[in-house]
Design a protein around this ligand. Structure first.
Ligand code: GLA
Length: 693
């Protein structure tokens, strides 16, 4: 098995928490570089990412190379005590490549070629592109593989390209041949008896190009799998070259959280550390919740070990239609959210603000206005804070709670032929995550094939495509004492996206003790009743419901399937009135819930809260956290972060001591706007404590 922390720890054991930024020195005259290094030192930056977009500067034409500038900046950085994450520049090929070899350029589904003049203009299966990328990678690895400043390799940038060109069609056919062995196998898997789609020769098979009406869903699913695999191939090809010449230095690439185009569980197996990019939207402060979930995905990808926030914005970005600046203090809060959830470093895009090019308006550690600025001062304060948190470096943050997520299922579920486009996979994921977030309980987002034994609670918000052996493993784990909560429209399809026959959720029916016969996306909201709020056992029809609840998007026509199952909530209005909407089933030594609707927050809070208690997990919070407040615990330290502009009061179950000031806190804490506290809780505190407030 792969250990991600080893890769990152080989760096952080020397540097402590990493504090980094993308640095593009080719945009400024060399004479200004020493000043940049002084500012890095002043801000506490200990690593810069270099060369991400330097291809044309390194290889100005097909047969000319220029490494002198990179030699010089690496030497200066090294002298200045700044480590380097060296990038291969393969995300943005120089114009000469596209000009001489237009077939390296990608085409969209309609066959339109995407030209150079921007970035990312390559087709992942282009042999000529790959050769050129491998050549520049090899040149860098040979020259800098053992350079003392280079502590990490950064392959490409945010790998995400897709192309539908003829060369891609050829690679797709090879991939399909390996997967299915024969045309007959492919025709069966794709169900080509439908709409006269049977293929008679391999040459007929194309990427899913623009067509008159709905595509074959398995064709589309396989193309997504194939395209994701191509991106991983680009990564591993460069990584293997780097490893030959730079065996001691960890290699990774910057992921994009819940990016739809690549299955990051595959990347997690091949990278030496998990690096991820996350950009909170300052105009929608609630995006910190998606940030927390994304950081917990990284924790899961890293199997509980530390990971690295490779990019974030010091203030505004330039790529949303309306780019608000971060509020004073938000940079610290955003950054510590990642650290609290396992990041051993925080990096910014970018170090110095560009005055030209398409990212002129993107914030940077050093704004156009220079060092005497709010952003630079806040960045420096963050740099100092990260070093104060050095004691956490290398500390794993495994969670007892898993949320199952699968790119395959995401791709299959959001097919345009589905029953509704309103039961969004990520929306459901967030809905099930939120009750945990509100209780200060962090999770690991893991693949349905991951071993579950180190978890006490498993949430399955929505797994439309679920392999039978993964369903069996979940049921077996619950049978042995686990606790699971399963969301709607789960277990519906097999690996090919074929719908299972019989009552759903089919492969999970025995686990959840309830089965259904029809999905009924809602035209108007329907009311729900909680039947058994205290979970005193068995359904108590007619028990008063504490509050009205509604499902607004989705309902399922269900009936109990097992004597061990009890109804938790029913539909109260509409044609399903009186039928179960949420069910709890005792299964062996454990229990599972099934929710057959888009449950309102209060119902999910009730169900997840009960499951948390049954799983024996305790929240550090009394009740729930107020809006805007995040609590995440790492190695016994509570990070208490206020993401909003209001003062918020939090009640914790234990007294604590401020890690930095040593100041003792009672169980009631008032958080000022954008406060970021790091508290040592519980036992240790009692020792130091002389007088409690
Ligand atoms: C992405 C890229 C960077 C830069 C930033 C801007 O994350 O990786 O090169 O474009 O966005 O926010």
């Amino acid at each position: 098995m792969h250990h991600h922390s080893r890769g990152l720890y080989s760096v952080t054991e020397r540097t402590g928490m990493l504090f980094g930024a993308d640095y593009n020195p080719e945009q400024w005259p060399e004479g200004s570089w020493p000043e940049d290094i002084r500012l890095m030192q002043r801000a506490g930056i200990n690593m810069v990412t270099l060369g991400v977009f330097s291809w044309a500067r390194l290889q100005p034409s097909e047969d000319r190379w220029d490494f002198g500038w990179l030699d010089r900046i690496l030497a200066l950085l090294h002298e200045g005590g700044i480590s380097v994450c060296l990038a291969t520049p393969t995300a943005s090929p120089p114009p000469w490549l596209g000009h001489r070899h237009p077939d390296t350029l990608p085409t969209d589904a309609a066959g339109t070629r995407q030209w150079y003049g921007s970035r990312n203009q390559f087709s992942p299966s282009s042999a000529v592109y790959r050769q050129a990328a491998e050549q520049v990678t090899s040149a860098l690895a040979v020259r800098y593989g053992r350079h003392p400043a280079v502590v990490m390799w950064h392959v490409g940038n945010e790998l995400g390209q897709v192309s539908h060109d003829d060369e891609t069609a050829g690679s797709f056919r090879n991939w399909l041949l390996r997967r299915y062995g024969s045309l007959e196998g492919l025709n069966t898997a794709w169900g080509t008896t439908f709409w006269s789609q049977a293929y008679s020769q391999w040459e007929e098979i194309l990427p899913p190009r623009t067509a008159p009406y709905l595509h074959n869903p398995t064709h589309v699913l396989d193309f997504k799998r194939f395209s994701s695999g191509l991106l991983l191939e680009l990564y591993t090809a460069e990584r293997d070259i780097i490893r030959q010449h730079s065996p001691e230095v960890p290699v990774t690439t910057n992921l994009m959280g819940f990016f739809r185009g690549a299955d990051y569980f595959g990347f997690a197996d091949e990278t030496d550390l998990i690096g991820n990019d996350w950009y909170t939207d300052p105009a929608r402060p609630g995006t910190w919740e998606m940030g927390a979930l994304t950081h917990d995905l990284c924790r899961g990808l890293a199997r509980g070990e530390p990971w690295l926030l490779m990019e974030s914005a010091p203030s505004a970005v330039n790529w949303r239609p309306h780019n608000s600046a971060k509020e004073p203090g938000a940079m610290m809060v955003d950054s510590l959210s990642a650290v609290a959830r396992g990041a051993d470093g925080v990096c910014f895009f970018q170090f110095r603000q560009s005055s030209f090019g398409a990212e002129r308006f993107h914030s940077a550690v050093v704004p156009l206005a220079g060092e005497d600025t709010r952003v630079f001062h806040e960045a420096s304060a963050l740099g100092a804070r990260l070093q104060e948190l050095r004691l956490l470096t290398g500390e794993a943050t495994p969670s007892r709670i898993a949320v199952l997520f699968d790119w395959d299922s995401w791709w299959a579920a959001e097919s345009p032929d589905g029953p509704s486009d309103r039961l969004g996979v990520l929306d459901q994921l967030q809905a099930y995550y939120r009750p945990l977030l509100r209780r200060g309980l962090s999770v690991e987002v893991v693949h349905p094939g991951a071993p579950l034994d180190r978890f006490d609670l498993v949430l399955v918000p929505s797994l439309f495509l679920l392999r039978e052996h993964h369903a069996d493993a979940l049921a077996d784990w619950v049978h042995l004492g686990g606790t699971a909560v399963v969301g709607p429209f789960t277990g519906v399809a097999d690996d090919r996206g074929h719908l299972r026959e019989g009552r759903f959720p089919s492969v999970l029916a025995a686990l959840v003790g309830v089965t259904g016969e029809e999905w009924r996306p809602l035209a108007v909201p329907v009311a729900l009743d909680i039947v058994d709020p205290d979970h005193t056992g068995g359904a108590r029809p007619g028990a008063p419901s504490p509050a009205p609840f509604e499902a607004s998007v989705w309902s399922e026509d269900l009936r109990l399937h097992s004597p061990t199952a009890s109804t938790i909530a029913t539909f109260a209005t509409g044609s399903l009135a009186g039928k179960p909407a949420a069910v709890r089933n005792s299964h062996g030594a454990g229990a599972a819930w099934y929710v057959g609707c888009d449950a309102p927050a209060a119902l999910l809070s009730h169900i997840v809260g009960t499951a948390v208690a049954e799983a024996g997990l305790a929240s550090p919070v009394v009740g729930e956290l107020p809006d805007d407040v995040e609590l995440a615990t790492r190695a016994g330290y509570h990070f208490l972060l206020n993401h909003g502009p209001e003062t918020r009061v939090v009640h914790l179950t234990e007294h604590s001591v401020d890690l930095l000031s040593g100041e003792p806190h009672g169980t009631r804490l008032a958080l000022r706007p954008y406060d970021a506290l790091v508290l040592k809780s519980g036992a240790d505190h009692t020792k130091n404590e002389s007088g409690t407030p």
